[in-house]
Design a protein around this ligand. Sequence first.
Ligand code: ZN
Length: 344
Amino acid sequence: MAISTRISQALHALPKTELHLHIEGTLEPELALRLADRNGVTLPFDGIDDLRSHYRFDNLQSFLDLYYQLMSVLCTREDFSDLMFDYLAHAHADGVHRAEIFFDPQVHMNNGLDYDLVLDGLLDGIARGRAAYGIDAALILSVVRDLPVESAQTLLDAAAPRADELLAIGLDSTEVGYPPELFERIYARAAGMGLHLVAHAGEEGTAEYIRQTLDVLHVERIDHGVRIIEDPTLVRRVAAEGIGLTVCPLSNLRLQVVDDVAKVPIRQLLDSGVCVTVNSDDPAYFGGYIADNYAALAETGLSIAALADIAGNSIEACFAPEADKAAMRTELDQWKTEYSDLLG
Ligand SMILES: [Zn+2]
């Protein structure tokens, strides 16, 4: 069902955090072509229409192939700063107060860039976003799980001197065949560097992968995690331990994890007491930023009250200081007063 203008407005205004967003996944096709031109990178596409025609994916891998190809256009500090600033502008317009953002340095390092150039550019974009919009953001160092584990150690070597400028470590990319337990030593080392711990699991992989992220990697939050629904014992455990799940409905739809947004098990997870959140993953590729993901769930009939609960979960599941969380809770209460007619 279509949602009203007032509901759309309410969902944009809803105070929320974004906890599952890959900065490289905000690279819109127009910007990719512009940067390719600016940096003299040759892409195998004949203009914007040809490039757009490649945005149809059968599964996670078919998306990743295009995603990594387009990342080659990101070359300079300015490119990374602009990419971050553009995302934060969009996030601010979508009611995001804080974003905890993945970046994939191994891919950029394999493309010949220095780790520090990438980090400096992204941090510059965050500073610009904070100055322009008051939006808060922090970086999650993401490990590409289908690259050799030694490559992840090299990444941590590069990241260690400036670990205090990072929020967390994450694990992404091709899931099946790369179980979390491969990264036990990487996560132990990251914990020793003072980083929070999160990991993608249970997108295409089974609930067993989710269990490993908890028992072996000791994560504080699980990215995607939708296949947890196949294991009721694990659902109860995650609910009891207050582990956040960063679910991405439009991503699940576009990568054919589900054939209908209504089949993303948001309602069941909420009813089970899981701290489930809604996020956009790679919005330039999956047809929607975070407010679009909330709207897609509203269109399936999920109530506005449930969506407000999800926004509340996103505040609880983030790694912001307690005072910042308290301020966001107050904003959410004010929103509930303003839109009380939609919550009945
Ligand atoms: Zn992701």
